[in-house]
Design a protein around this ligand. Structure first.
Ligand SMILES: [Zn+2]
Length: 138
């Protein structure tokens, strides 16, 4: 097993690199910043190949909530304008949770435009950060 910071280059029959495999622990650190560059990337697959959101981590996030305000489940995308009062409910949920940490970070992906939305919870306030979808060169 490679060391946790090791990269593994996958090569084709000619020995040319075609892919890079990174340790999962490293991916978890990069995902929030680089996930939007990989539109087909998924936070994980469950049974039947369906996308699995880190709901256990989110439950822990709520269980250990010690901020000085109630949790607000509203999410909105400043790039395409989609907005919901509770990201967990409704038909065709437009946002997917891609990361949740006890430190107060929630990361969502807008399924309409692929913008990454980060909610950083601090003791007295929430800071919002957005990364618009990667603009492809044509
Ligand atoms: Zn959007």
């Amino acid at each position: 097993m490679p060391e946790s910071s090791s990269l593994l280059f996958v090569t084709n029959a000619e020995g040319r690199p075609v892919a890079v495999q990174i340790p999962f622990a490293l991916w978890k650190r990069l995902e929030a910043e680089a996930g939007h560059l990989l539109p087909d990337a998924r936070p994980g697959f469950g049974k039947n190949g369906r996308v699995e959101e880190p709901l256990k981590a989110f439950d822990e996030f709520l269980r250990y909530w010690d901020f000085r305000y109630p949790y607000n489940p509203a999410v909105s995308c400043p790039h395409c304008g989609v907005s919901v009062t509770d990201w967990r409910e409704g038909e065709g949920r437009p946002f997917r949770l891609t990361n949740a940490s006890l430190g107060g970070l929630l990361v969502f992906r807008c399924l309409k435009c692929n913008t990454t939305i980060r909610q950083k919870h601090f003791k007295d306030h929430v800071a919002y950060e957005f990364t618009p979808p990667h603009k492809r060169q044509s």
